[in-house]
Design a protein around this ligand. Structure first.
Ligand SMILES: NC(=O)c1ccc[n+]([C@@H]2O[C@H](COP(=O)([O-])OP(=O)(O)OC[C@H]3O[C@@H](n4cnc5c(N)ncnc54)[C@H](O)[C@@H]3O)[C@@H](O)[C@H]2O)c1
Ligand SMILES: O=C(O)[C@H](O)COP(=O)(O)O
Length: 402
């Protein structure tokens, strides 16, 4: 099994993979054409990335590719649909970097409230100005609206409660369980959350469905002196609208870890109007970049890779491009003797009746005398009875249940 690691990744993790007999190629500087070239030359079975873009060309350059591991949470940078069309798994490490991101979101909130960056900068310029920074608002008793109640959103809520803030959570589905567990208000009315929050923090995925959702219309519902926090993705913000909003509302602040058009490399020039705005606190997409978080992500990525290498298995909670089972899927269990050809016969019958097999599991019992094959399939209900009768006629089939 060959792994190409094309991004910053835990050294210990790579040693662990090598010790398990996995061939590891590492170059954290790969992206764009250099990554496509490496994919075609190395032909890894597994590609490991962080925020590095994984395009159709890169995927097509490697006929041996079986899995892309996103050593992180968001996978909007990966052509997931193209991977799915080729039977290539895309996996991520849900929740493993959530603490670090929640800490940064709250860090941005606190530092904006107390203008910590300006304080520090003035001292570096040998200037003392207690007067200018002695009247910040304070956080206790303020209301924070948290949009997206996943791994990060929930950790932000726990931390905001520790600061004695009121919390309104936004979820598209009713979540009385979360309201009760966290002692918060949960709403599916985003306008209500925006109108009633002093701080609004977004924790939703990037991608088509959330593109530019923070636009002038959304911003118009926020308090004039609110703080908007985005540790999610630059793509969720219409940055032109946000810039105009900042210009028109002189008490409005924006804390962000993410921007549209972030550089692909790890350093370089980044001349961005939002980042330079005086009422924006920006960081360099470092939400997940603590040692703790990188160790947790590394461990999880290594676990995913080793499980795949040794068992060919991928846990559902890691796989982001597996089809969900649907109401149209039928399940058949065939209890049969462990003889050659039983399943081949059953599959031939399925094919003859236009029944399309989706998932198969064959459990072998002690002493290898009997098995149970669990088969999930789709097809016309009217064809199933006939198929069932034909499979039942096989002398090595003990019973069938549907
Ligand atoms: N700044 C960073 O370094 C950093 C690190 C990790 C994650 N992230 C970003 O944060 C996002 C969230 O991470 P997570 O670990 O909490 O993921 P998660 O999957 O646990 O939670 C995302 C939540 O958003 C909800 N959601 C999706 N679309 C929504 C919408 N339109 N409106 C409201 N809710 C919606 C989902 O139902 C889910 O509850 C990631 O997808 C990633 O883009 C950034
Ligand atoms: O979605 C994520 O996990 C974050 O955006 C982290 O990105 P990074 O792995 O490139 O730091």
């Amino acid at each position: 099994m060959k792994v190409l690691v094309a991004d910053l990744f835990s050294k210990d993790g790579m040693e662990d993979l090598k010790a398990s007999g996995i061939e590891v190629h590492y170059d954290a500087g790969l992206n764009g054409e250099s990554l496509t070239k490496a994919m075609s030359e190395v032909q890894p079975n597994i590609l490991v990335v962080r925020s590095t873009k994984v395009t159709k060309d890169m995927i097509d350059a490697d006929p041996k590719l079986q899995m892309v591991v996103r050593a992180g949470a968001g996978y909007d940078t990966i052509d997931v649909a193209h991977c799915a069309s080729l039977g290539v798994y895309v996996t991520n490490c849900p929740g493993k970097n959530a603490h670090a991101v929640a800490e940064l979101a709250l860090g941005l909130m606190l530092s904006i409230d107390r203008r910590i960056a300006e304080n520090v900068q003035l001292l570096k310029e040998a200037k003392w100005n207690k007067g200018a920074y002695a009247n910040c608002a304070g956080i206790k008793g303020k209301t924070i609206g948290v949009v997206g109640l996943g791994s990060i959103g929930l950790l932000v809520i726990e931390r905001a409660k520790a600061f004695e803030m009121n919390v309104i959570g936004f979820s598209r589905q009713a979540r009385p369980d979360l309201a009760k567990k966290y002692g918060i208000e949960v709403t599916n009315n985003l306008g209500y959350l925006l109108q009633n929050s002093d701080v609004v923090s977004f924790h939703i995925p990037g991608g088509k469905s959330t593109e530019n959702i923070i636009d002038s219309e959304l911003l118009s519902h926020m308090k004039k002196d609110a703080v908007l926090l985005n540790t999610s993705r630059g793509s969720i913000v219409n940055e032109d609208h946000l810039f105009a909003h900042l210009e028109e509302n002189k008490d409005f602040w924006y804390g962000t870890d993410v921007f549209k058009g972030e550089p692909a490399g790890k350093d370089g020039v980044f001349d961005h109007p939002i980042a330079k705005h005086p009422r924006v606190y920006g960081t360099h997409h470092i939400g997940a970049s603590t040692k703790q978080s990188e160790a947790a992500i590394g461990e999880e990525a290594v676990r995913i890779i080793k499980k795949f290498a040794t068992q060919g298995a991928v846990d559902n909670e890691n796989c982001v491009n597996r089809e969900n089972s649907s109401d149209q899927i039928h399940k058949m269990s065939i209890r049969h003797l462990d003889k050659v050809g039983v399943l081949a016969h059953a599959f031939q019958v399925f094919a003859n009746h236009q029944l399309n097999v989706q998932e198969v599991e064959n459990i072998v019992f002690k002493d290898r005398l009997a098995c149970v094959a669990n088969i999930k399939f789709i097809g016309e209900i009217s064809n199933i009875d006939q198929a069932l009768e034909e499979i039942r006629k096989n002398e090595n089939v003990l019973d069938i249940s549907l």
